[in-house]
Ligand binder design. Structure first.
Ligand code: GLC
Ligand code: MG
Length: 247
């Protein structure tokens, strides 16, 4: 296989979660590094992802996408990948987001270490679509165009409109010179959903949340294997399809 592949994977509960599976994945990646580039994408910020690379068996990536798609860094230099996030300043002001949303009693701000100018994150337990929509509408009435990402029935990330794990994955793929057909994305929870409608080959690991398990398109492979083993199983599936296509 000479074709280059870009593998963009979520970290927690996708690659991380089972040490034996991760070791198997790391061995596979070590053998395939010459034609597979790895990007790690997480709700956590880049420094925290890099700490996991240093302290677990996670293989070293080329690029790290952190903060639910709001920050993109090269690895290992940690230098910023330029031009991201793309957002109109008149449509985004993190301080205003916080002060407007202070009026929502059920929203509990996550600790400061999880906040940045472009990622305002709350705990919000068991919200329905309507409650999330009310928050979006309130922000819009104040001219704030936000992307609301609600995961695990617990985390609400408020990001600049158009900024999420999907758009950032698309940006990185283009930046590294990959066509969507040569990109594989993997995930387990709702903040990963945005990666699955960009024309990339998708892998949902077997331990994924029901929201992800409900994805049912020709570009989503549902693995019956858990964590990194699910990723490997999905890679095998997509590589076989690519070989059958003849490229
Ligand atoms: C990670 C982040 C948290 C975010 C969550 C969902 O856990 O630390 O801030 O809300 O991912 O995206
Ligand atoms: Mg995850």
């Amino acid at each position: 296989m000479n074709e280059q592949t870009l593998l963009i994977s979520d970290v927690d509960y996708t690659l991380l979660g089972d040490d034996d599976s991760l070791a198997e994945f790391a061995t596979w990646y070590g053998r395939n590094r010459s034609h597979v580039q790895l990007v790690l994408s997480s709700g956590r910020f880049p420094d925290s992802i890099i700490e996991s690379v240093e302290t677990t068996g996670l293989p070293e990536p080329h690029v790290v996408i952190g903060g639910v798609g709001t920050e993109i860094r090269h690895y290992p230099s940690r230098s910023v990948v330029p031009g991201w996030p793309v957002c109109r300043p008149e449509h985004w002001d993190g301080h205003r987001v916080r002060s407007i949303l202070a009026g929502f009693e059920r929203l509990e701000l996550q600790p400061e270490e999880f906040q940045s100018d472009f990622k305002i994150s709350y705990f919000l337990r068991d919200a329905g679509q309507e409650e999330v929509e009310r928050i979006r509408t309130t922000l819009l009435q104040q001219s704030i165009h936000a992307e609301l990402v609600y995961s695990s029935q617990r985390d609400l990330d408020v990001l600049p409109h158009g900024c999420n794990k999907g758009s950032s994955a698309e940006y990185v793929a283009r930046y590294l010179g990959f066509e969507p057909g040569d990109v594989i994305v993997c995930g387990d929870s709702a903040n990963d959903i945005a990666m699955f409608d960009r024309g990339f080959a998708g892998i949902v690991v077997g331990n994924a949340h029901p929201d992800l398990k409900a994805l049912d398109t020709a570009l989503v492979y549902q693995s019956s294997h858990q964590y990194a083993k699910g990723v490997l199983d999905g890679i095998e599936y997509w590589m076989a399809r690519r070989a059958a296509r003849g490229n």
